[in-house]
Design a protein around this ligand. Structure first.
Ligand code: AMP
Length: 421
């Protein structure tokens, strides 16, 4: 299947071939015909599947086929994303795929001055990508009106709900005109996500794909059982002794991310951290340095990492395991992209032992155990209360219990259903 077979117009096909994309990914094959057909959609797909192009291409095609002069502050397309990084990346995708089309696009998000954003909006805008808070701010000041929205995209709904954006999203939805096409995407499908989508979508087409079909198979997963106080020495040893070109480290908290980056730098290993407390400029700089190779190591929290789109990450290190087993899959999917071999190392202390068990149940894979200098048999053998999270941060944002239970009660299932034509 080629993009031409999907009836994608020539200016878009040219942009795609300039990017070196010759064949649609599974989600693009599944989604594009329905979206060109005007259908609402619920897509379950993670970053790395090509989901952005799956909605950007048909939207650009539709607005190009019905070209109109862009109006100040009245977009025809509204895309909502949970983080600034993701919003900026989606906006960049519109620019890349639409490079041979005439249309205006802009992105608005918090944490930076609103002046330049207002100026861009006043020049006219067809496509607006936004994070919810700044969008509502600008709407309340009269800089944005949603009455002209024909296409409404909600990306990473699950994360939006986790981040407490539900009220904001409701407000935004209530400002949309009656008639519009809605496209919702989520990496996971919880009951809450399903209910939210059901209320707002009309007769939607539902599609579901895995992170790249073979992602997990391309990634060599290893676990290092280690006590919390030995995690840092272990990290340093690995980075020093192994051939690690570009390493993404995940930590549980912002504070820990800073600490890890700081200590690595003290030990002459170039590192930076990105998380919600960093300014937009700091994050942009860290991302740029990481992409360009100036930084060998980037330390991130889950939320900040949502928007990281760097293709050749050689290693993902889970310094701390994530609360949600789904996040593990999402994290390690950052390596092993485009068929390259990636390595995912997970540090597991006693109080993370049950999380590792949940991950293995979800992925239906056993993670290989590595023997090493700091090996902790206590961590490896931990069961019962000792294997449960003990630090307050663990139970912080999302209660793990109910989601895990409901997942396993539903009985055996294939971990990543792929629906293909
Ligand atoms: P996404 O899932 O939207 O984050 O996309 C993941 C990566 O795949 C991005 O770097 C895209 O530029 C890239 N990509 C999107 N569509 C294609 C395609 N048809 N072929 C190859 N790569 C693609």
């Amino acid at each position: 299947m080629s993009f031409g077979n999907l009836n994608i117009i020539d200016p878009l096909c040219r942009a795609l071939s300039k990017e070196g994309y010759t064949e649609p990914t599974p989600i693009q094959n599944l989604a594009i015909p329905h979206l060109l057909d005007g259908k609402d959609m619920m897509g379950i797909a993670q970053t790395g599947t090509g989901k952005t192009a799956a909605f950007v291409l048909p939207i650009l095609q539709k607005i190009a086929e019905d070209h109109r002069a862009a109006l100040p502050g009245v977009p025809r397309v509204l895309v909502l994303a949970p983080t600034r990084e993701l919003a900026a990346q989606i906006d960049q995708s519109f620019a890349t795929y639409g490079q041979f089309l005439r249309f205006r696009h802009t992105v608005v998000f918090g944490g930076v001055r609103q002046g330049p954003q207002v100026k861009m909006l006043s020049r006219g805008v067809d496509v607006l990508v936004a994070t919810p808070g700044r969008l509502l701010d600008l709407m309340s000041q009269g800089y944005i009106m949603l009455k002209g929205v024909e296409f409404f995209v909600l990306d990473e709904i699950d994360r939006m709900l986790d981040m407490g954006f539900i009220k904001d999203m409701r407000k935004i939805v209530s400002a949309l005109p009656q008639k519009h096409q809605s496209l919702f995407f989520s990496a996971t499908m919880s009951r809450e996500t399903g209910e939210f989508a059901e209320r707002l979508l009309t007769d939607p087409v539902r599609i579901e794909v895995t992170p790249q079909a073979s992602t997990l198979e391309c990634i060599k997963q290893s676990v290092f059982f280690v006590d919390q106080n030995n995690k840092y020495p272990l990290l340093q040893k690995l980075i020093r002794e192994e051939d690690m070109e570009r390493v993404l480290i995940f930590s549980r908290t912002k504070h820990r991310a800073d600490k890890i980056a700081e200590t690595l730098n003290k030990n002459k290993i170039n590192a930076d951290a990105i998380h919600g407390n960093k300014s937009q400029n700091q994050r942009t700089k860290a991302m740029y340095d990481f992409k360009s190779g100036r930084l060998r190591v980037l330390v991130a929290t889950d939320i900040a990492a949502r928007g990281i789109d760097v293709d050749d990450i050689s290693h993902v290190i889970n310094y701390d395991l994530p609360n949600e087993p789904e996040s593990y899959v999402h994290r390690i999917g950052r390596t092993g992209r485009a068929g390259a071999d990636g390595k995912a190392y997970s540090f597991c202390a006693a109080d993370e032992r049950n999380i590792l068990r949940s991950i293995e149940r979800l992925t239906r894979m056993k993670v290989g155990v590595v023997e090493h200098q700091y090996h902790s048999e206590t961590a490896k053998m931990a069961v019962g209360a000792a294997a449960e999270p003990t630090t307050p941060n663990r139970s912080r944002s999302m209660p793990r219990g109910p989601r895990l239970e409901s997942m396993h009660k539903s009985g055996p299932r294939k971990p990543y259903p792929v629906r293909r034509h």
